[in-house]
Design a protein around this ligand. Sequence first.
Ligand SMILES: C=C1C[C@]23C[C@@]1(O)CC[C@H]2[C@@]12CC[C@H](O)[C@@](C)(C(=O)O1)[C@H]2[C@@H]3C(=O)O
Ligand code: AKG
Ligand code: FE2
Length: 336
Amino acid sequence: MDFKPPFQQICKAILLQNSTHEALSSHDDDKVSLVEECELPLIDLSHLNLGHFEGDKCMNEIAQAASQWGFFQVVNHGVSQEIIKSMQNEQRRLFHKPFAEKVEKNFLNSSSNCYRWGNPQATCLRQFSWSEAFHISVTEIPTMNDHHNSLRSTIEAFVKTVSGLAKRLAEILAQPLGVKPNYFEENCPPRTSYLRLNRYAPCTFPSQVFGLISHTDTDFLTIVHQDQVGGLEIFKDGRWLAVKPNPEALVVNIGDFFEALSNGAYKSIKHRVVSTQEVERLSVAYFYCPSYDAVVQNCGNEPSTYRQFTLREYKLQTQIDVQETGEKVGLSRFLL
Ligand SMILES: C=C1C[C@]23C[C@@]1(O)CC[C@H]2[C@@]12CC[C@H](O)[C@@](C)(C(=O)O1)[C@H]2[C@@H]3C(=O)O
Ligand SMILES: O=C(O)CCC(=O)C(=O)O
Ligand SMILES: [Fe+2]
């Protein structure tokens, strides 16, 4: 049984739907062309434990990167290479299961169907994502079906280390904002975060379709482990930059909610993944999210840019926008 989602067929159907021949887009920022490569700001987290001076310097580097880039990478992060390797092995095994099984409602666990592929609302190739993913909320991990035992224990080990890292980075970033110290303790209990396992299949026409379309993340911050294939791009200073993979590092990016909390001091920037022709690409993203009804509001300088909102409202608005326009609009829906 084939494990590949029917990407080819859906893209052909989208092309047929559009009477005029589909060009990716007239806008430069959408065209997949050769982009400049960059190295994200590299922060060595072991410096946090080297006493006040080095520790404060490291915390400032984190806040600076969040403000000027919205993206950075960290080494000595505490997630072992062994866990990362077993995570990748489990991902390969999972994604190489028959497609017919993956789409089954209770394939992974008894409750929700967390498998998604392509972008069902795409009305043109530019909105299609040539990738498949599993969204696994931390609460669902213990309920995973018994035949996913090794996947469950690997995910538990990964989440155990990366959730502590996410909370620590969030608290470091919140400090200069004057956010109350236990804000994340209260508003981001472990169960409200989730893991997104991504597989980017090789694509026969990589210049015509993205692995993951341009978006910002719906969370406070995201911690991503990407393999060495490359393809992640960030939109900075009006142009796309290819992020050079670093085998020792985890990528950290600011999400929409930290941009709102910091009143724009920290940037949630657009990023995307371009397709590859030859090899599959794997990544795993940990989304550090608030509980559904925690109020996200400006804790930075006045006047506020965005009105206060909850994750529940924000996700509802994203669903409406994805249904109506094929893509998420995001923070601009909540401008004051
Ligand atoms: C089609 C979409 C679903 C998505 C928003 C988007 O327009 C493009 C990226 C998707 C993504 C990827 C990362 C996160 O899981 C997510 C919540 C996000 O912020 O962007 C999802 C969005 C979604 O699933 O709603
Ligand atoms: O695969 C990557 O490197 C990034 C994935 C991503 O942006 C996401 O899952 O939100
Ligand atoms: Fe993302």
